[in-house]
Design a protein around this ligand. Structure first.
Ligand code: RP5
Length: 350
């Protein structure tokens, strides 16, 4: 069934449609209001994500499965992609590492309690340190000037509406982080990256595997992604970073789209944050046997058997992105019972 988006999308109509198909669906009033607000463009994705229970997520996920690309015309600036990002974000609060983790060179983050994350919520005792790394202040090609009035680029975000503080600095759409300034990030506002998810079934063990790198900066395992160069096409970024970090040369232009939006990265600050576009390719046949990663720019690069624990401990929000890709794989009936069982064991809640 094809569902056309309304102007704005009507939650009650959506519920009626779903009830016709699978019996009564219960959403709390708060959930209905949160989703309706999102669709009217009043709230950012994080506010809605925080209000969704697993049941509401299921309702939205079912809905999204029925939205086709021909339905993606904008409604009050809100697209199905925004709803999809809210669903993904609600699976694990995305803005947690940005408040609790940091590179060694950062000052201590000011404490931001869960109920004071949003900039719109007053936080009278909030006194974050201001930090810009010396490497950023030296103005390499990838860094903006410290004087924001000299910045030439537009402030764009796939994570929500950008507001500005009284110094004219862009504010993180996910809210407070406990640090002001840009830290190690070059751009004021969103710093755009691209991330490849590359999976295969190991022909010897039958195990589902994921290509990961070990980051030099934190020692954590991560997707082999990186920053978008100025003017670079996202498919080019993903293929370039994959090759630089794993020596694997692969065209990603036919890869499946997984995610576009905020990354809960430990480098994030109140005024500079990571966003990414994630694409997934599952290797089969000869290609699965031929793709052979080697260590590139980072500390290590290898395929690892996918376990729930490993996925959950990936850098930043990478585990959330991988789970989204695996959820799509589970919908593909061509995978055999063993692969499907592995997918389910990783995707199980908790
Ligand atoms: C993460 O940082 C992104 O998801 C991407 O994987 C990475 C880009 O930063 P660098 O690896 O270039 O430092 O937020």
């Amino acid at each position: 069934m094809k569902v056309a988006l309304q102007q704005p999308l009507d939650m009650l109509a959506l519920r009626r449609r779903l009830e016709n198909e699978r019996g009564p669906v219960t959403l709390t009033n708060a959930e209905q209001q949160a989703v309706t607000s999102l669709l009217k463009g009043r709230h950012t994705v994080d506010v809605v994500a925080g209000a969704l229970t697993p049941e509401a997520r299921d309702v939205l996920r079912d809905f999204l499965a029925k939205v086709t690309s021909s339905d993606t015309k904008r409604t009050n600036g809100v697209t199905p992609a925004h709803v999809k990002n809210a669903v993904i974000a609600s699976e694990k609060p995305l803005h947690v590492k940005s408040r609790t983790e940091k590179p060694d060179s950062y000052p201590t983050r000011a404490h931001v309690p869960d109920d004071k994350v949003a900039f719109a919520t007053p936080h009278a005792t909030y006194e974050p340190s201001y930090h810009v790394d010396a490497t950023v202040l030296k103005r390499p090609v990838w860094a903006d000037p410290e004087d924001i009035t000299q910045v030439k680029h537009a402030f764009k975000s796939n994570a929500g509406t950008i507001t500005f503080n009284d110094k004219g600095h862009p504010q993180n759409p996910m809210g407070r982080t406990g640090i002001e300034g840009r830290g190690l990030l070059g751009a004021w506002g969103a710093n755009q990256a691209g991330d490849p998810i590359l999976t295969k079934v190991n022909p010897n063990s039958g195990k589902l595997e994921l290509l990961v790198i070990q980051r030099k900066d934190s020692g954590q395992w991560a997707l082999p992604g990186g920053m978008v160069d100025a003017g670079e096409n996202i498919f080019k970024t993903i293929a370039r970073e994959l090759e630089e970090e794993t020596t694997v040369k692969l065209d990603f232009s036919d890869a499946k789209h997984v995610y576009q939006g905020y990354v809960d990265d430990r480098r994030n600050t109140d005024n500079a944050w990571m966003e990414t576009t994630v694409k997934h390719k599952h290797l089969t046949g000869k290609l699965a046997a031929q793709v052979n990663p080697h260590v590139g720019d980072e500390a290590d690069a290898r395929f690892i058997p996918l376990t729930k624990a490993d996925v959950d401990s990936l850098y930043a929000s990478h585990g959330t992105f991988v789970k989204q890709a695996l959820r799509e794989m589970l919908k593909d009936k061509s995978f055999d019972a063993s692969v499907r069982a592995q997918l389910r064991s990783i995707l199980v809640e908790g």
